[in-house]
Design a protein around this ligand. Sequence first.
Ligand code: IFM
Length: 458
Amino acid sequence: MTLITMESRPEPEAALAAWARSLPPDFVWGVSTSAYQIEGAAARDGRGPSIWDLRCRVPGGVANGDTGDVACDHYHRYAEDIALMRTIGVAAYRFSVSWPRLLPRGRGAINPAGLDFYDRVIDATLEAGIEPWLCLYHWDLPQALQDLGGWAHRDCAGWYADYAALCARRYGDRVRRWITFNEFSVFTLFGYAIPWAAPGIVDRTQHLRAIHHVNLAHGAGVDVLRALVPHASIGAIHNRQCVIAEGGRAENQAAAALLDEHWNLAFPDPQLRGHYPPQVAAAIEPHVQAGDMARICRPVDWIGLNHYGPIFAKADPTTTWGYGWGAAPPDSPTYDIGWAVFPDAFRDELLELTRRYRVPIFVTENGCGGSDSPDGSGRVADPHRVRYLSLYIEAMRAAMNAGADVHGYFVWSLLDNFEWGSGYGPRFGLVHVDFATQRRTLKDSAFWYSALIGNRQG
Ligand code: IFM
């Protein structure tokens, strides 16, 4: 690893650093990853194919024809990656388990090598003094279950519950923090209505059924975890970003309202308030059975918020739901990959979540994609990410000062990784990965974050 002198490291602003130090000791500073995005070893040791393995083989499915076959080779390099987390000084590591690594066909025969892998990850994380936060689902459905209908099939909720029980029985002795799903609305919308993700289906009915069955799976997962891991602290991760009508124009308002329901409300509202938002409720009604809302609305201990910036909607009659992705105002601040930078929207989202759902919040993802690369000395300077993190953590501070019930913050991501349909183009890591050599280099932002959170390794 390249050594960078103290003088050259970016430092957090004094006021922000002092605030971070003043937080209660149980405020959680962490980093996040997900299985398909980092593990690689896609065909090793008995792992079965996931919907993303197939998506990567669809022409045009992923930029540059990239795949998660090797990714960051975390499957073999997890110890090095955990050592990097220790160097940064995080208290928590959110990762996901690959369902097809444990159950190659989604149900039935168990793959012992897959179970062993997460034993090793969990044990090494704990040995490093870092708390593992285990997410059961970050988008990599076993392909064998997709062949049966995937999330559009009501039984998928039961298949998921069985998988959750397997994880709970195996890891519940060491893992306290459990997450049922990551970003419900992203994988259902982009998987079943707008074909930007696996399985690439475009169908209103399947989208509605997927929404409902994923909600049922969440509820079943909470019940399984409560029953099998008595000390579990259980949450679900929601992506929420305010939806703005492109150009503020009247003809885009209806599009923004419907996208807001699909993107921001269709999961947390039924899970935490017991009902769907109005337009979704009307459309989904044929797929709801007696007792379902009680099955979905199960008490959780906290919710996760994944937030990057606002999104923009425009009317588009050619799409499944009549809305499309709009553009940010031309003068908006954006980062490298074109996403809008609006820290005030993050502050408002934290306050709105607190008001609407009244459960503790962890920011489980926030971060900045770029095209970082090492300079001649091997240093990876990423001032855009340092600035982004600084602005957004400052916004979190403002939200907390105004009453937002926030208990932790995780950067997306520890490593540069497979960014789904964008392949390996956008880099989100605090750690640069040279995908040709798998060499890891701490970026300036890693040093900055380490200084902010009070690196235990000092
Ligand atoms: O890489 C993704 C992650 O898998 C889910 N949340 C957003 C990140 C950046 O796009």
